[in-house]
Design a protein. Structure first.
Length: 152
C-alpha cells in the first residue's frame, strides 16, 4: 500500500508525530486532523507530505532524515558542551570556597581545582564550535528543503 514520492521517487512512509513534525510549516492543522482521521504519508528524503490517498499536500513541509540526524547530533554535542561548562563552573566555585572559605586547605588544592576548571573549558569550546557548525548545516538544509533545491 506504499507508493512513491512524485518529487524524488523514494518510498513514502507514515508520518509519525504529525504535530511535532509539521510545526512551523503552516500545515499543523492538517496534522492535527490526521490524528483523528487517516494518517498522513511523508517522503523522508525531500520532506514532501501526502494525504492517505497519496495526494500531494505540501512540498518540503517536514524535516528530512538528514535534518533530523543533524538535530540529534547537535543536541548531543550541546549536552556535552553544557556538561564541561558545568565542570568548569563547579571547579570555580570550589576554588573560591577553598580560598575564601572558613576551613584551612592545602596550598595546592585551589591551584589543582582552578587548573581542572580551566582545562575543562577546552573541550567545551570545541563542542561549542561543533554545535554552531551543526546549527548552520541544519539551517542550510532547511532552506534547501523549503525552496525545493535538495541535493540528490
Amino acid at each position: 500500500m506504499k507508493g512513491n514520492c512524485e518529487i524524488c521517487g523514494t518510498e513514502l512512509h507514515l508520518l509519525k508525530h504529525p504535530l511535532r513534525r509539521l510545526r512551523g510549516s503552516g500545515y499543523w492543522m492538517k496534522g492535527l486532523a490526521s490524528i483523528f482521521t487517516r494518517p498522513l504519508k511523508a517522503c523522508a528524503d525531500c520532506g514532501t507530505v501526502y494525504t492517505w490517498e497519496e495526494v500531494l499536500l505540501a512540498q518540503g513541509a517536514v524535516p528530512t532524515t538528514d535534518e533530523l540526524a543533524l538535530a540529534n547530533l547537535r543536541s548531543d554535542m550541546a549536552n556535552l558542551r553544557d556538561s564541561f561548562l558545568t565542570v568548569s563552573a563547579a571547579a570555580g566555585f570550589i576554588t573560591v570556597w577553598m580560598i575564601g572559605g572558613p576551613g584551612l586547605h592545602d596550598v595546592d588544592a585551589p591551584i589543582v581545582s582552578a587548573t581542572i576548571g580551566a582545562i575543562s573549558l577546552l573541550p567545551a569550546g570545541y563542542f561549542h564550535k561543533r554545535v554552531a557548525h551543526f546549527k548552520q548545516q541544519i539551517k542550510r538544509l532547511r532552506r534547501e528543503r523549503i525552496k525545493g533545491h535538495l541535493e540528490a
